[in-house]
Design a binder for this molecule. Structure first.
Ligand code: ADP
Ligand code: MG
Length: 241
């Protein structure tokens, strides 16, 4: 589904991502972990070219997205759901209107956009609050609206960049539960940047550990966390013990 070859990105003299190669198969959940500043966001944002890579290739279903025009990229971006740390909901719109907005802008009829949005909100357990505005929702519910907004496009691939990082600890679980269901029950193809070790351990098919712009190790969660071969892996192991 996704194959990244020798991805490279620098900001001035700082090399943010250095020769990163990895892949995600259809239906798989791959979790990227690593210390803050190691290049996780840069790498994941390069996939739909929110960040322009300086080198390497990124194949999505066989198409190299690094070679696409802006026009072609718009089509590819609809197939990739992206959930960020910030929810970026529009305050004056209701939950369902927030989910509908992109679909309507893309030319979908209002009724069709509404139906798709309701279905997406149902998947994240928010069918009771579709007419609430963000200010009437908890942070966890707001992030679930953010997830529904991505799901409404029925994406082939979901990218997550620290989706629980700005939530109160009490609200993290409800978002992780939704993510776990998407991964396990719905077999969504997901690439997740997170610091949630328990989620990584129990839900990921594979863990990729990064340090200073590069992958330092990858493998099955239990192998990586029980028998790490990198310093970063050994630090995670200590956290679990
Ligand atoms: P992570 O998500 O793992 O915390 P990032 O990918 O955000 O790391 O950042 C990797 C490195 O690139 C960091 O040193 C960060 O300061 C730097 N960086 C990220 N974005 C920019 C930018 N737009 N301009 C300059 N430096 C950046
Ligand atoms: Mg980041």
């Amino acid at each position: 589904m996704l194959k990244i070859n020798n991805l490279y990105k620098h900001f001035g003299s700082l090399v943010a991502v250095n020769n990163l190669s990895m892949s995600v198969n259809k239906g798989e959940t791959v979790v990227i972990m690593g210390p803050s500043g190691c290049g996780k966001s840069t790498a994941i944002r390069a996939i739909n070219r929110l960040i322009e890579p300086d080198g390497g290739s990124i194949f999505l279903d066989g198409t190299d997205v690094t070679l696409l025009s802006e026009e072609e990229l718009r089509g590819v971006r609809k197939r990739i759901g992206f959930v960020f740390q910030q929810f970026n909901l529009i305050g004056r719109l209701t939950a369902v209107e927030n989910v509908m907005l992109g679909l309507v802008m893309d030319g979908l009829k209002r009724e069709e956009a509404y139906e798709k949005s309701l279905a997406a909100l149902q998947k994240v357990g928010l069918d009771q609050v579709v007419d609430h505005r963000p200010s009437q929702l908890s942070g966890g519910q707001q992030q679930r609206v953010g997830i529904a907004r991505a799901l409404a496009y029925e994406p082939d691939l979901m990218l997550w960049d620290e989706p629980t990082a700005s939530l109160d600890p009490m609200l993290v679980r409800e978002v992780l539960v939704v993510m776990e269901e998407l991964a396990r029950v719905r077999e969504t193809t997901m690439l997740v940047v997170t610091h949630e070790i328990a989620f990584a351990l129990h839900v990921a098919d594979r863990i990729v550990l990064m340090d200073k712009g590069s992958i330092v190790e990858s493998g099955a969660p239990h192998r990586v966390f029980v028998n790490p071969v990198s310093d970063v892996g050994r630090r995670y192991k200590e956290l679990i013990e």
